[in-house]
Design a protein around this ligand. Structure first.
Ligand code: DQQ
Length: 570
């Protein structure tokens, strides 16, 4: 951006930050501001989903139709900050390469004239897809609308027709629904009485709510007397997602399935903290009540899909490959000034297969297998001892765009540091004990997007502690030295990883893509995604290392790394 533009930006930004509305910062004057974005774009990704320019947020209406994956998403066609929201649309045969289409749903009627916000796809019994989405109506109220494809024989579904009956659900004086907290309908499911059910995110004071509506024909909806679920002191629930998961195995199932071998998952995106949290429980489809299992923690201290940056996610059932797939928006960690300068903001995570762990107590996630077709230049290491204090380079891959899988062997568990009883917050523990803080068993792991000499590096690592009556594994992603540009949010992320210590083995996979690092610990039991903006470690100047900063040796049992080819995205 030219200097005069930058000056203008700061003046506008000062005047323009008007309020925090519906979870997104509103920079009114920047919503239609198109800078002549620079040609030097070290932070654009090679295989993560993003459009050529502008702002994106939540995935919407994800589904498979006639063998094609459809991906819609919140998009500002006019600028690099949130605003002017439409549903942009891309399709794919493999979840890796994406073809763009014209926006599918955009403001055009009184019930969505001020914005087409998030929503979901439901495949009706006839096989016909239907989109329920939130419209911001002419009075700025949040209401729920329906759109269906114009031409079902077109696999690309490029044209969508809105129901003449919109809005189908709206706040009224009778239902007392708050018109600015009523949004993001889920995929609907069929109950035993053949009525459709859908939930909408809401809140009453600080109580988060999943308001339940029912319908026989998908057009006339009535509100159920009680919400499907609510939880005190959790704030607004955005983008809820409610789906069944099999007790055993990795297959996904249709959203309407219920029965003895099934648990239910309720995910809510907490507006207050911008975290996607979930509980696992049971769904009584006669009373229409969801009850989290005993011991399930609600709200921000509960389980999260991802302990880094990962918000407004949505799953869908892929009935061709019998799997449930999770998609999500990954926001920037850079300043708004830098977003304006580069002309875009936001990427989407690599779609993940998601299933219930054998314990039934948490979900497991793994990048869809299709992403592996981008792998090239395989390099590997085996049985390599990482002595305390050592750093070894993994040469031969394009470290700015790579996929790395490593498994470590840990001996001498009894040498682990003692976990103080007050160390209950893993993120805090990771930031106190970052990668450069020496330990006993760890920190050990990977240094990604690292510059030669390690002035810049993002450290993804483990530390093992001796807890009260078991060993505790901490997984961290330390961004504190990820960039020399201090304008970025460099928060360190962390989570405890529930693994069977007796195995003495720990695995880590990181998908590295210029400004995003998605890491999967313990085979996908803990995921941490971070956005980083190195100034030195860019493109060919990026390096990849394995490290151990504990005083005990750790063995790399196996390390496999690949350069990742660039996908054809939009
Ligand atoms: N984003 C949408 C809302 C949703 C929020 C607006 C979550 O529908 O609640 O762009 O990021």
């Amino acid at each position: 951006m030219a200097n005069s533009n930058l000056g203008l930006f700061f003046v506008l930004a000062l005047l323009g930050i008007v309020e925090l509305e519906a979870s997104h910062h509103v920079y009114k004057h920047l919503q239609t501001f198109q800078s002549s974005s620079s040609a030097n774009q070290p932070y654009r990704t090679g295989y993560h989903f993003q459009p050529p320019k502008n702002w994106i947020n939540d995935p919407n209406g994800v589904m498979i139709y006639k063998g094609l994956y459809h991906f819609f998403y919140q998009y500002n066609p006019k600028g690099a900050v949130w605003g002017n929201i439409v549903w942009a649309h891309s399709t794919s045969e493999d979840l890796v390469n994406w073809t763009p289409h014209e926006p599918a749903i955009y403001p055009s009627q009184p019930s969505d004239i001020n914005g087409c916000w998030s929503g979901s796809a439901t495949i009706l019994s006839s096989g016909k897809p239907a989109m329920l989405y939130t419209g911001i109506d002419s009075q700025n109220r949040q209401v729920q609308n329906l759109a269906i494809p114009k031409n079902l024989s077109d696999p690309y579904l490029t044209e969508w027709v809105k129901s003449a009956k919109n809005p189908l659900m709206q706040p009224t004086a009778q239902n007392h629904i708050n018109a600015s907290s009523f949004r993001d309908p889920t995929t609907a499911w069929l109950g035993p009485n053949k009525e459709w059910r859908v939930i909408i995110g809401s809140k009453v004071n600080r109580q988060g709510l999943a308001i339940l509506y029912k319908s026989k024909n998908f057009v006339n909806w009535y509100q159920s007397k009680t919400p499907l679920h609510s939880a005190d002191n959790t704030g607004m629930w955005e983008c809820p997602d409610f789906f069944p998961a099999l007790l055993h195995g990795q297959n996904g199932v249709d959203t309407s399935l219920n029965g003895p071998n099934v648990k239910h998952v309720l995910k809510v995106s907490l507006d207050d903290t911008k975290h996607d949290c979930y509980t696992i429980g049971s769904y009584d489809n006669v009373e229409d009540i969801y009850t989290p299992d005993e011991g399930s923690v609600e709200g921000d201290s509960g389980l999260r899909y991802d302990y880094g940056k990962y918000y407004a996610s949505k799953t869908f059932f892929d009935n061709v490959q019998n799997r449930r797939i999770l998609t999500s928006w990954i926001n920037e960690s850079s300043s708004v000034a830098d977003d304006i300068k580069k002309g875009w903001s936001g990427v989407h995570a690599i779609p993940r297969k998601i299933w219930l762990d054998e314990s039934g107590k948490q979900l497991v996630q793994w990048p869809v297998v299709e992403i592996e077709k981008l792998r090239a230049n395989h390099v590997s290491l085996a049985n390599k001892l990482l002595e305390g204090g050592s750093v070894i380079e993994v040469p031969g891959v394009t470290a700015a765009q790579a996929d790395v899988e490593v498994s470590f062997e840990i001996k001498d568990f009894e040498k682990a540091e003692v976990l103080e009883p007050s160390w209950t917050n893993p993120q805090l523990l990771c930031s106190r004990k970052g990668a450069s803080v020496k330990g006993s068993l760890g920190p050990f792991g990977l240094l990604v997007l690292a510059s030669e000499g390690l002035k810049e590096r993002t450290a993804v690592f483990f530390r093992i502690f001796k807890g009260h009556n078991k060993y505790v594994v901490l997984m961290c992603s330390d961004q504190s030295r990820s960039s020399l540009n201090q304008d970025n949010d460099m928060t360190t992320y962390g989570a405890f990883l529930d693994v069977d210590n007796r195995q003495h083995k720990l695995s880590l996979r990181s998908l590295i893509d210029h400004s995003i690092v998605e890491s999967f610990g313990g085979g996908g039991k803990v995921c941490i995604t971070s956005r980083v903006y190195p100034t030195l470690a860019i493109n060919e100047a990026a390096h990849l290392y394995a490290f151990n900063n504990g005083n005990q040796s750790i063995k790399i049992l196996e390390l496999n790394a690949w350069s990742m080819k660039t996908a054809k995205i939009n």
